[in-house]
Design a protein around this ligand. Structure first.
Ligand code: PMP
Length: 416
C-alpha cells in the first residue's frame, strides 16, 4: 500500500464489524462511532433493511448498469430527481464523490466551453486529477498539474484569515467583493463549485446568505453553480435536506453532486443537473460500476429508511442537544475555541490555550484519549488539522449522544 494513505491513530484500528452506531475492533473492543456517519453510513451500521436488500439483489443479478434496462437505478434516480428540486432533472450515478465531481466538471466545462473554474479556498472535492485541481486544501492536494484553470475565492472559512474578524454582513460583502475582483481578471469561468459546509476543511461554513449573494453575481455572468453535497446531503445538517438550502432560498443549484452515506457503504455517488446541462455531451459516456443493481438496491432501501424514520428531524433534535452539551464543556476549557455546526455535522475547533494558534498535537491527543474511552471521532481543518469532526449516523439516540459527549469531555479534560 502507498505511503500516502491517511491511517488514524498511533496504533491503527482494524474494524471488524458494526451495528447501529457502534463498531467493534478485531480484538473485540466496542466503540461508539461518531465519525462513520460521514464516511459510509447515513442510517447506521449493518442496517437490516439495507443488508437484506443488498443480499437479495446480489443473489439475483449484478450486471451492466447502463447497457440494459436497470429497474433499481431508474427507481432511485426518480426518487432523487424529485427530492432535488431541480427543474427537468437528470441523474447520473457514479461510484464515488470524486467521480461525481469529475462528471460535474465535465458537464460544466463542456456546457460553457471553458476550462476555467472557481472554487472555494480550503475546499475538498476528491482525489482524481481534475478533482484535485479544484481542491483548495493544500493538505489534500498532492499535485499542482491540473488541466483546469482554477481560481480560489474567499468564503468557506470564517475562523481564520483576513476576514475572520468581520460580522456576518461585512463578511458577505467582503467575499462578494473578492469574487467580483477575481471575475475581473479571469477568462469566463464555467462554474463555481462549493461545499455548503466545508467537510474535510473542519465543518466551517459561511453565514447564511453568502452563496445566495454569490449566485446573483454568477447568474449575471452565466456561470454555473455546483453544490458538492457529498457530506451535507440527505438531512445531515438537520434543518435542511440539502446543505445548499441553508444558503440560497433563490432556488436549487445548477448541478448537485452526492455520494458517501447514501448507499450505506455500497458505492453510490452521482450528479443531478437539469436536462439541458446533463445532455450537453456530444458522445456516449458510461460507468461500468456506477449504478449497478446492487448499489441502487442499497440506496433505495437506505433512502426509504431515512425518510420513513425522519432521520433529518432526528439529526436536528439530537444534534442540537449534542451541540449544546459540547458548548457547555467548551465554556470551561480555554483550548476549545468553538463548537460549531448544524444537525449531526459538528466541528470542535481546538487552539493552544490563550492563543489563536491551531493545536494539532492536542487534537491528536484528544483523538487518542477518546479512542481509549471507546469513541471514534474525526479530524479536519484547512492547511493544518484544527478541528475535531463529529458525524455519527443520523439515527443517533439521545442516550448515545450523551455517552459520546461524556467520553469526549473526559478526553478534552485529560488533554487540557
Ligand atoms: N467531496 C467532498 C465534499 C468530500 O468530502 C469527499 C470525500 N471526503 C469527496 C468529494 C470525494 O468523495 P470520494 O472519497 O467518495 O471520492
Amino acid at each position: 500500500m502507498p505511503d500516502w494513505l491517511a491511517l488514524y491513530y498511533d496504533d491503527p484500528i482494524e474494524i471488524s464489524h458494526g451495528e447501529g452506531r457502534y463498531v467493534w475492533d478485531s480484538a473485540g473492543r466496542r466503540y461508539l462511532d461518531f465519525f462513520g456517519g460521514i464516511l459510509t453510513t447515513l442510517t447506521g451500521h449493518a442496517l437490516p433493511e439495507v443488508t437484506k436488500a443488498v443480499g437479495e439483489q446480489a443473489g439475483r443479478i449484478i450486471h451492466s448498469s447502463t447497457l440494459y434496462l436497470n429497474r433499481p437505478m431508474v427507481e432511485l434516480a426518480e426518487r432523487i430527481a424529485q427530492l432535488s428540486g431541480i427543474p427537468d432533472p437528470r441523474v447520473f450515478f457514479t461510484t464515488s464523490g470524486t467521480e461525481a465531481n469529475d462528471t460535474a466538471l465535465l458537464l460544466a466545462t463542456t456546457y460553457r466551453r471553458s476550462n476555467t473554474v472557481l472554487a472555494m479556498r480550503n475546499s475538498y472535492h476528491g482525489r482524481s486529477f481534475s478533482a484535485i485541481g479544484i481542491t483548495g486544501n493544500r493538505a489534500w492536494s498532492p499535485t499542482s498539474l491540473s488541466p483546469l484553470q482554477t481560481h480560489y475565492v474567499h468564503g468557506g472559512v470564517r475562523t481564520r484569515g483576513p476576514f475572520a474578524h468581520l460580522d456576518d454582513r461585512a463578511f458577505v460583502e467582503a467575499c462578494v467583493a473578492d469574487l467580483k475582483d477575481v471575475l475581473g481578471h479571469t477568462r469566463p469561468p464555467a462554474a463555481l463549485i462549493a461545499e455548503p459546509v466545508q467537510g474535510v476543511g473542519g465543518f466551517t461554513s459561511p453565514p447564511d446568505g453568502l452563496y445566495a449573494a454569490f449566485r446573483e453575481v454568477l447568474r449575471d455572468h452565466g456561470i454555473l453553480w455546483i453544490a458538492d453535497e457529498v457530506q451535507t446531503g440527505w438531512g445531515r445538517t438537520g434543518d435542511h435536506f440539502w446543505g445548499w438550502q441553508a444558503h440560497d432560498r433563490s432556488g436549487p443549484p445548477d448541478i448537485v453532486t452526492f455520494a458517501k452515506g447514501i448507499g450505506n457503504g455500497m458505492s453510490v455517488g452521482g450528479v443531478i443537473a437539469r436536462a439541458e446541462i446533463m445532455n450537453c455531451l456530444d458522445a456516449q459516456s458510461i460507468s461500468t460500476f456506477g449504478g449497478t443493481q446492487v448499489t441502487m438496491a442499497a440506496g433505495l432501501a437506505n433512502l426509504t429508511y431515512l425518510l420513513e424514520h425522519d432521520l433529518q428531524g432526528n439529526a436536528r433534535r439530537v444534534g442540537g442537544l449534542l451541540i449544546e452539551r459540547l458548548r457547555a464543556v467548551a465554556a470551561q476549557l480555554p483550548g476549545v475555541r468553538e463548537v460549531r455546526g448544524r444537525g449531526l455535522m459538528i466541528g470542535v475547533e481546538l487552539v493552544r490555550p490563550g492563543t489563536d494558534e491551531a493545536d494539532p498535537r492536542a487534537l491528536a491527543a484528544v483523538l487518542e484519549a477518546a479512542r481509549e474511552g471507546g469513541l471514534l471521532i474525526g479530524k479536519g481543518g484547512g492547511h493544518s488539522t484544527t478541528a475535531l469532526r463529529i458525524t455519527p449516523p443520523l439515527s443517533l439516540t439521545v442516550a448515545e449522544a450523551e455517552e459520546g459527549a461524556a467520553i469526549l469531555e473526559h478526553a478534552l479534560r485529560s488533554t487540557y
